[in-house]
Design a protein around this ligand. Structure first.
Ligand code: UD1
Length: 391
């Protein structure tokens, strides 16, 4: 069997890592790894490949930034010849970024079946680009690998047959559990002169929060109030940097802006924080496993299990509500929760079990529909080594 795995943006890298580790443990499955180049800064991309021991991509499409249409179209244009040439049995796409939908659409039109990892999540907010990407990718994928129970419910509601739905758990949590001990060795707290449990972490990058200066100023004012009680560390996503630079008053608050961190430093930073405020999807899930109170600065979430578990609270974008919730959360102790079902480090193994035993693939091989199954690229997976040097 020949799998082609696609990754494009930072949150994809944590999701493909455990699939590549699991593939290294198994024989008989060839891998082609494609990086679309949607994220290209070293701190948004290469650092994650290094720290997570993901093999170097066989192909980098180098698409870079652009409007949604340009970025999506460019990924489609550049992935098509790769798929034609390499003819994988399955294309695996993860998450909900533009690279996900672009590669899924190109593959199915070439007759190559698609597996979507993290299928079925729905915010029911179609103004979010990611919601459109999720809906479209799920509609054309053959295998829908779901991370939490709401995903199964959503797909059933949309009329997807049960045979396509596989509740396998959360690959991003596979990565967190595998990396947690190594992350503890990061020196990031010393470097930032922070004491465990005595600071809050903020990340913001959603267009709805950072591209509208009125909304962003309100959020920053709320953070400024919370920062009077607890220092706030804010690793800035490239998209957010421009917005921050436009608000001169920010320089006087107790919010500390830092460069984006690598996976291990960021995991340690979050694991030792008192509180997280974010609009990220992944961080809602990571804080659920780490037992850290998380305030989500959005009106909705596509990850309701994180709210059910008690770690995540949706507070929206209203500054008064954010400050109130922030002050309440600071009085909370770390939360001990039972992990959601199948958030146990085995999601990638379950995915590969399903694909390896799939009747669809067996049929393709029997009919010799697919082309040569030679492995075109390197498979020398570099596992994260014990010689981790904190950045
Ligand atoms: C993308 C995803 C979002 C995901 C986020 C994680 C889509 C629609 N959105 O949003 O779901 O949560 O990644 O980070 O796919 N830039 C750089 N260097 C980089 C990457 C981006 O400077 O390495 C800048 C560029 O100016 C670019 C902007 O950031 O225009 C936004 O990047 P883009 O990939 O378009 O979307 P994100 O906001 O990162």
């Amino acid at each position: 069997m020949h799998l082609l795995i696609v990754a494009g943006a930072r949150p994809n890298f944590m999701k493909i890592a455990p699939l590549t580790w699991e593939l290294e443990r198994r024989s008989g499955i060839a891998l082609t790894l494609v990086h679309t180049g949607q994220h290209y800064d070293r701190k948004m991309s290469e650092l994650f490949f290094e720290q997570l021991g993901i093999p170097a991509p066989d192909v980098n499409l180098g698409v870079g930034s652009g409007s949604h249409a340009v970025q999506t179209a460019e990924v489609m244009r550049r992935i098509e010849p790769v798929l034609v040439e390499r003819r994988p049995d399955v294309v695996i796409v993860v998450g909900d970024v533009n690279s996900t939908v672009a590669c899924a659409l190109t593959a199915v039109k070439l007759g190559i079946p698609v597996a979507h990892v993290e299928a079925g999540l729905r915010s029911f907010d179609r103004s979010m680009p990611e919601e459109i990407n999720r809906l479209l990718t799920d509609a054309i994928s053959e295998w829908l690998f779901v991370s939490e129970p709401s995903g199964v419910t959503n797909l059933h509601r949309e009329g997807v047959p049960s045979t396509r739905i596989h509740f396998v758990g959360n690959v991003m949590i596979d990565t967190l559990l595998a990396m947690r001990d190594l992350a503890e060795r990061s020196l990031v707290l010393d470097q930032l002169e922070l004491a465990s449990q005595e600071y809050a972490v903020v990340t913001l990058h959603r267009p709805s929060n950072v591209d509208d200066s009125a909304v962003f100023s309100g959020l920053m004012a709320a953070l400024g109030e919370i920062a009077k009680l607890v220092p706030i560390v804010f690793p800035i996503h490239p998209r957010t940097r421009a917005a921050v630079e436009q608000i001169a008053a920010l320089k006087s608050t107790n919010v500390r802006f830092i460069e984006p961190l690598g996976y291990l430093d960021f995991l340690k930073l979050v694991a030792h924080s008192k509180l997280v405020l974010t609009d990220s999807g992944g961080l809602q899930e990571e804080t659920t496993i780490l037992g850290i109170p998380c305030l989500t600065l959005r009106e909705n979430t596509e990850r309701p299990v994180t709210v059910d578990q008690g770690t995540n609270t949706l507070v929206g974008m209203n500054p008064v509500r954010i400050v109130e919730a922030g002050l309440r959360s600071l009085r909370r102790s770390p939360i001990s929760t039972v992990p959601p079902q199948y958030w146990d480090g085995q999601a990638a193994a379950r995915i590969l079990d399903v694909l390896a035993g799939s009747a669809t693939l067996v049929r393709r091989h029997d009919n010799e529909v697919s082309a040569p199954h030679t492995h075109p690229g390197s498979n020398g997976v570099r596992r994260a080594s014990a010689e981790f040097t904190p950045t």
